[in-house]
Design a protein around this ligand. Structure first.
Ligand code: SAM
Ligand code: SF4
Length: 344
């Protein structure tokens, strides 16, 4: 029976927060080109030699879990299903033990393409659950937003994740004015009927350069107004560090009860409760999605630093974590990297 490992410290900062949730980007590449995330031609991809190997990812996740008190690990990208060694990386993570003596909770944020073939093996590797991105159930609108006609693949991926027991299956939807506002209610109905937990996300200034404009972002209040035309919503208390404010949907003729979340990163930032730390595919540590600085872990890792040295670098970066993302402050400048390169 594995025993708990005593951490070197926890990832605490000057604002009283402790990061327990690690987001690991496994690649900056993607097989879609969602308009809010990437330009149609793609981005200059990271060179292969800069990308952490599977062993390097596993080592850094081990440092975070064993030495720094991390308890949740979410794999993301780019599109993490494009990473051939994904199942092995998941298995390495679930073989770790947190400071509470249990495996870390693992999850995967994916666009769902190819998940139909891989859900069972990922569940077998110990993956806990998935978040699948789906912005429309209308084939034409899906293809316009993702710039690829892949709706059927995503729906197949969702069904396979459900069948493989990757529960709760969560669905992420970014709502954009003039693009998919009419999909809010149909997506909610679809997810409630299938037992998936839908979370609507406000569009953030992390897409292709100059691609964000507050007027195209549909704020949480408007999403909730649309939902209330079709459902009876009651807020669920006890959100903790979770980014989504969740709502219980009352059962009604035609649909069962369910729950829906809204992530209002722009209009109601939750930075004060943030418990996240992030590792990019090229081994850069970020304390926030919106950080304009990174801490290089890849170079010391490749130069022979031991786990304690890497952990100390991580601790130092978190002590300086900013209080908030500052989207609303006059001098706000988005980070140089887009969401797909940071890891959403
Ligand atoms: N490719 C995977 C996917 O789409 O789920 C994982 C990476 S993607 C960057 C992670 C999440 O970020 C997705 O749910 C996506 O919708 C969201 N996202 C991307 N760009 C965004 C933006 N500018 N604002 C808000 N959410 C965004
Ligand atoms: Fe790819 Fe995900 Fe970005 Fe869409 S949101 S382009 S699926 S990384």
């Amino acid at each position: 029976m594995p025993t708990a490992v005593l951490p070197l410290g926890t990832l605490s900062d000057a604002h009283g927060r402790v990061a327990r949730d690690l987001r690991v980007s496994l690649t900056d590449r993607c097989n879609l080109r969602c308009t809010y995330c990437m330009p149609a031609e793609g981005l200059p991809w990271l060179p292969g030699r800069d990308i952490l190997t599977d062993e390097e990812v596993a080592r850094l996740v081990g440092v975070a879990v064993h030495l720094l008190g991390v308890r949740k690990v979410r794999f993301t990208g780019g599109e993490p299903l494009l990473r051939p060694g994904l199942a092995g990386i998941v298995a390495a993570a679930t073989g770790l033990r947190t400071d509470e003596g249990v495996p870390p909770e693992t999850s995967l944020t994916t666009n769902g393409i190819g998940l139909d073939r891989r859900a069972a093996s990922l569940a077998g590797a110990g993956l806990g659950r998935v978040n699948v991105s789906l912005d429309s159930l209308d084939r034409t609108r899906y293809a316009a937003l993702a710039r690829r006609d892949r709706l059927d693949d995503v729906l197949g991926g969702l069904a396979a994740a459900d069948a493989a027991g990757l529960h709760p299956v969560k669905v992420n939807t970014v709502v954009m004015r003039g693009a998919n506002e009419q999909d809010v209610v149909p997506l909610a109905r679809f997810c409630i009927e299938h037992g998936y937990r839908l979370r609507f996300i406000e569009q953030m200034p992390l897409g292709p350069e100059h691609g964000w404009d507050r007027s195209t972002m549909v704020p949480a209040a408007e999403i909730l107004d649309a939902l209330r035309t079709a459902f009876t919503l009651t807020p669920i208390d006890g959100r903790g560090a979770a980014p989504a404010q969740e709502w219980r949907v009352a059962a009604a003729p035609g649909h069962p009860a369910g729950r829906i979340g809204v992530i209002a990163s722009v209009t109601a930032p939750f930075c004060g409760d943030c418990d996240r730390t992030r590792l990019t595919a090229d081994g850069q540590l970020r304390t926030c999605l919106f950080s304009r600085t990174e801490t290089d872990l890849r170079t010391p890792l490749r130069d022979g630093a031991d786990d304690v040295e890497l952990a100390r670098l991580w601790l130092g970066a978190h002590r300086a974590k900013a209080a908030g993302h500052g989207i609303d402050s006059p001098g706000f400048r988005p980070p140089a990297r887009t969401m797909s390169s940071i890891g959403g």
